[in-house]
Design a binder for this molecule. Structure first.
Ligand code: PNW
Length: 461
C-alpha cells in the first residue's frame, strides 16, 4: 500500500435492521419469517421476547427519520424485510411492502441523507426455510428474484446496496450453532449455507444493473492466545474470514479451508462456474466490527462459549474473552478494528465501509429528559480513532456507521441488550424515544468534523 486515503472524506451514518425495529409482522401482507418462527419457540430468546412489536418503526417512519436527521448524518443503513416484499419467498410481489421502503427512501433523500440498503439481514421467508433454507441451492435463486423486485422499484433512487448482512451469522449461528434462526445444529449445513449465501450475493449483483453492490461481513481479527493455539486459530480464521474473502478475491476455496469444511469440495454443492461468478463480485466491502476473536486450545471441560459451535470442523476450540467488556460480554479492543481495516484493504483492494460498530451498555434511566451513557461514548470515540489510524496507514475507508439508532430487538438477547443511541421505553405502550448522551455526542462529531471527515457521496466512485 502506498497511497494514503486519509484525505478522502469519511461519511458518518447510523444503521438498523428490519426485524429488529419494524414490528407490524402481519401487516400489509407480510408473510412469516424464520425469526417469527424461531422466537415463538420456548427457550430460544432471552425473556421470551420477539420482534412482533419491536420499535414499531413500521408505523413511526416519520419519527425515526426525524431522529436520523437530528444526528445530521450523511447516510442511513437499513434493511428490507424479504417477507414483506415476497411473502412466499419468490413469485408474487406485495407492493404494499415496497411502498413502505419507498416512503423511507424518499424521506431520506428529501433530507439529504444517502440511503444504504441491505437486502438480507436474516429475515428469510419461512416458506423458503420449509423448502430447505440456505443449505438448499434454490434459496440463492429465490434471493435473485427478490433482489430484482426491490431494485426495479428503488434502483432509480438507491445506488448503494449491500446484498447480505453477516453471512457468518446467517450460516453458522443459524444452521450450525443453532443460536439464531432457524436454530439448526448441523455443521455441514452451515458450510452449505455459506456457499449459497455467497452464490446468491454474486447472482443478485447481476440483477442490480448500475448499482454499487457490496456485501457486509463480520470479519474479525483472530488472535491465537498461545503458540499451541495457532492450529485452532487458523480454523477460526478460515470460517470467520476466508470462507467469504477467498472466493471473492481468488475465486477459490483453498486446501486449508477444505480441511475444516470438507463439504465445500463436494461437486454437487460447488458446481462448475460457482466460484468464478463469486470472484470479483463486490464493488465495496462492508465490515461490522465489535470485538476480536481469541482462540485457545480447549483445556477440557471449560465453560462453553455459545459461539464455539459456529466454527464447525475446528476441533478442541475454546474462545477467550478478555476484559474490559461491554454489557453483552464482548471485549473492547479498538486496535482490532485498525488491524482488520488495514489487512482487509491489503487483501481485497476494495473500498471499505464500517457498516456497524457500537456497544451494548446497561440501561440508564431517563432523568430530566437525559440518558447518560458515557461508556458508549468512550467505545465509539476509541473506535473512530482506530478508523483514523487505519486511514492514515492507507486503508481506503469510506464510511462509518454506528450500530444502532434505537434500542431494539437484539436477536437471541431479546430487548435486554441495548445498543441504541436512542433510548426506547418499552414499559410505555407508546414506546417513547429519548436521545441518549451518545446521540448528542455523535451529532457533534458529524457537525464538527475531525481531520478528513465530512459529507461524501458515500460509495459513488
Ligand atoms: C450483528 N455473535 O449481530 C448484527 O448485524 C446486528 O443485527 C446486531 O444487532 C449487532 O451485530 C449486535 O449484536 C451479531 O454472537 C449478533 O457473534 C451476534 C453475534 C455477532 C453479530
Amino acid at each position: 500500500m502506498t497511497a494514503s486515503h486519509s484525505s478522502s472524506p469519511l461519511a458518518l451514518g447510523v444503521a438498523t435492521a428490519s426485524y429488529q425495529i419494524e414490528g407490524a409482522v402481519t401487516e400489509d401482507g407480510r408473510g412469516p419469517s424464520i425469526w417469527d418462527t424461531f422466537t415463538a419457540q420456548p427457550g430460544r430468546i432471552r425473556g421470551g421476547d420477539d420482534g412482533a412489536e419491536a420499535c414499531d418503526s413500521y408505523h413511526r417512519l416519520d419519527d425515526d427519520v426525524a431522529l436520523i436527521r437530528g444526528l445530521g448524518v450523511d447516510a442511513y443503513r437499513f434493511s428490507l424485510a424479504w417477507p414483506r416484499i415476497m411473502p412466499e419467498g419468490r413469485g408474487r410481489v406485495e407492493t404494499r411492502g415496497l411502498d413502505y421502503y419507498e416512503r423511507l427512501v424518499d424521506a431520506l433523500l428529501a433530507a439529504g441523507i444517502e440511503p444504504v440498503a441491505t437486502l438480507y439481514h436474516w429475515d428469510l421467508p419461512q416458506p423458503l426455510e420449509d423448502a430447505g433454507g440456505w443449505p438448499a441451492r434454490q434459496t440463492a435463486e429465490a434471493f435473485v428474484e427478490y433482489a430484482g423486485a426491490v431494485h426495479r422499484r428503488l434502483g432509480d433512487r438507491v445506488t448503494s446496496w449491500a446484498t447480505h448482512n453477516e453471512p457468518w451469522c446467517a450460516a453458522y449461528l443459524g444452521y450450525a450453532a443453532g443460536v439464531h434462526a432457524p436454530g439448526r445444529r448441523e455443521g455441514a449445513a452451515g458450510h452449505r449455507a455459506a456457499h449459497h449465501l455467497m452464490l446468491g450475493h454474486a447472482w443478485a449483483r447481476e440483477a442490480l444493473p448500475g448499482a454499487h453492490v457490496g456485501i457486509v461481513l463480520n470479519l474479525a481479527p483472530v488472535w491465537a492466545e498461545s503458540p499451541e493455539a495457532e492450529r485452532v486459530a487458523d480454523g477460526v480464521d478460515a470460517i470467520r474470514n476466508r470462507v467469504w474473502l477467498d472466493p471473492l478475491v481468488d475465486g477459490a476455496y483453498d486446501d486449508k479451508l477444505l480441511a475444516v469444511a470438507p463439504v465445500l469440495a463436494d461437486a454437487e454443492l460447488v458446481r462448475p462456474g460457482d466460484l468464478e461468478s463469486v470472484k470479483g463480485s463486490a464493488d465495496w466491502l462492508g465490515i461490522n466490527y465489535y470485538t476480536p476473536v481469541r482462540p485457545q486450545v480447549a483445556a477440557g471441560r471449560g465453560e462453553a462459549h455459545p459461539e464455539q459451535d459456529a466454527y464447525p470442523g475446528v476441533e478442541g476450540l475454546e474462545l477467550v474473552v478478555r476484559e474490559p467488556r461491554t454489557d453483552i460480554g464482548w471485549e473492547i479492543e479498538p486496535r482490532g478494528l485498525e488491524e482488520l481495516l488495514v489487512q482487509t484493504y491489503e487483501r481485497t483492494g476494495l473500498p471499505l465501509v464500517i457498516t456497524e460498530n457500537g456497544a451494548a451498555c446497561a440501561d440508564a434511566d431517563v432523568v430530566d429528559g437525559r440518558v447518560e451513557d458515557a461508556d458508549r461514548i468512550d467505545y465509539l470515540r476509541g473506535h473512530l480513532a482506530a478508523v483514523d489510524r487505519a486511514r492514515e496507514a492507507g486503508a481506503d475507508v469510506r464510511g462509518y456507521f454506528v450500530w444502532t439508532l434505537l434500542d431494539n430487538f437484539e436477536w437471541a438477547e431479546g430487548y435486554a441488550k441495548k445498543f441504541g443511541l436512542v433510548h426506547v421505553d418499552r414499559s410505555s405502550p407508546s414506546l417513547p424515544r429519548t436521545p441518549k448522551a451518545s446521540y448528542h455526542w455523535f451529532a457533534e462529531q458529524v457537525a464538527a468534523p475531525a481531520q478528513g471527515r465530512g459529507a461524501a457521496g458515500l460509495l459513488t466512485p
